[in-house]
Design a protein around this ligand. Structure first.
Ligand SMILES: C[S@@+](CC[C@H](N)C(=O)[O-])C[C@H]1O[C@@H](n2cnc3c(N)ncnc32)[C@H](O)[C@@H]1O
Length: 428
């Protein structure tokens, strides 16, 4: 396929996402099923156009003065690849699969706007209602922070120390272009793709099937390390989901002690069984029923609440979620977070730790929740987050937003990771 066919496909998919309110991944998958002739390279290039358009929706809309699938596809492509309108039209010439080339009105709008600085809202690429939320979280840096959330993400992995050292995994993944991550102690990174490219399918590697590594964002690895699980600990992972953090903590514990992995949703928990087997974790018990947690009350050294949240920190990877999010959903997540924190806190032993994690940058889900939890639960006090960070990552004092009593926030702009929040409380 040439550029024209790819742009046309991306416009169709974006139209499907908009009109049927579907997740981008689902719309992409359906398009693939209906266009089996398209090769892996074409699919990846089309996916890049769709996702770039969604990531930079405000900027593309501003350039074209229109919020249409066509504006998103053309605008996202031009912005990401630094391509001039004339060059785009040239590439579309004599391509019978191409959408109509840029017309006079579009060329005029582009001529007026390209070359002038993007307005703040267009650079930030967030829904209008999120602007005060972002300003509250980041202050004067809100545009830069949000712009970083609209960039392409890297592919991050974690070497599983139960089976292989990071050096060994890096050697096995040499062809994939992976290098050691900047902060996480067992992290490995393949940089964001450029142009029409795609990340290698690392899950097809023998090293993956042997359990030597997991795919996990570096931010998720870092908060797992900060949680501080040690060999011999009794740990409850209260919102374990598919087990990303359970696996990381089990490895840190060197298979000694016990991780009790719970989630209210059995479906979400289901993949954990295969993952534990592959990773060689022998100290994890999966407990789907909350009733089965009763014997753990007041006995855990560490309880981790990786709470359901808006996922605003993952907008690089799921840019469609950014535009679907509503204030009502934020409110619903806050209610869940409050209830889950209170429910999970009863399992912490005196002197033990409760860790609260979100993949969001919203203060409403982060520091506000931490403060409110402490106000409701005088048996807990905030840990010193500066000290926790310094102990784990002394070589990276600048990498994160740390407020001594109100937690640690990682962002793409500060740490090069997805957005994550971490807070720890100690039971008196
Ligand atoms: C952010 S995800 C967890 C991701 C997982 N820890 C990982 O690292 O892969 C949040 C999880 O909380 C679970 N959850 C929602 N409400 C819950 C509740 N009341 N009790 C326990 N888990 C809950 C959801 O099913 C979801 O799997």
């Amino acid at each position: 396929m040439r550029l024209g066919g790819r742009l046309a496909a991306a416009i169709d998919i974006l139209h499907d996402i908009e009109t049927r309110h579907r997740p981008a991944a689902e719309a992409m998958r359906d398009w693939g099923l209906n266009h089996r002739f398209a090769g892996a390279g074409d699919r990846a290039a089309i996916g890049n156009i769709v996702y770039d358009g969604l990531r930079r929706r405000s900027a593309a809309g501003w350039l074209f003065d229109a919020d249409t699938p066509r504006a998103l596809a053309f605008g996202g492509y031009m912005l990401e690849n630094g391509m001039a309108p004339e060059a785009v039209n040239q590439a579309l010439a004599e391509d019978r699969f191409a959408p109509p080339p840029l017309d006079e009105a579009e060329l005029r709008a582009l001529a007026a706007r390209l070359g002038t600085p993007l307005p703040e809202a267009a650079r930030a690429n967030i829904p209008e209602w999120c602007r005060p939320v972002a300003v509250r979280a980041f202050g004067a840096a809100w545009v830069e922070e949000c712009a970083a959330l609209a960039a392409r993400p890297p592919l991050d992995m974690r070497a599983n120390s139960l089976k292989a050292s990071r050096e060994k995994v890096l050697a096995a993944l040499a062809r994939a272009g992976a290098a050691a991550s900047a902060i996480a102690s067992r992290g490995m990174r393949i940089p964001p793709v450029a142009g029409d490219g795609r990340h290698p399918h690392v899950q097809a590697e023998p090293a993956f099937h042997k359990g030597w590594f997991e795919v996990q964002d570096e931010g998720s690895q870092i908060v797992s390390e900060l949680a501080g699980a040690e060999p011999g600990f009794q740990v409850l992972d209260f919102c374990a989901g598919a087990g990303g953090k359970t696996l990381a903590m089990a490895a840190m514990m060197e298979n000694r002690g016990q991780v009790h992995a719970h989630d209210a949703d059995r479906q979400r928990l289901a993949p954990i069984f295969d993952r534990l087997k592959r990773a060689g974790c022998r100290n994890v018990q999966v407990l789907a029923d909350e009733a089965a947690l009763a014997p753990l009350e007041g006995r855990m050294d560490l309880v981790v609440v990786d709470a359901p949240c808006t996922g605003s920190g993952t907008w690089r990877r799921r840019p469609d979620a950014k535009w679907r999010l509503t204030p009502q959903q934020l409110e619903a997540r806050q209610g869940e977070q409050t209830a889950i924190l209170d429910a999970a806190s009863r399992y912490v032993r005196p002197g033990g730790r409760l860790v609260y994690i979100t993949c969001s940058f919203f203060e409403e889900e982060n520091a506000d929740q931490a403060h409110a939890f402490l106000a409701r639960n005088p048996a807990f006090r905030a840990c010193d987050h500066q000290a926790i960070w310094q102990e784990r990552f002394p070589d990276h004092p600048q990498a994160v937003h740390i407020r001594r009593e109100a937690g640690i926030m990682l962002t793409p702009a500060s740490a090069g990771t997805d957005g994550f929040y971490f807070a720890a409380f100690e039971r008196r």
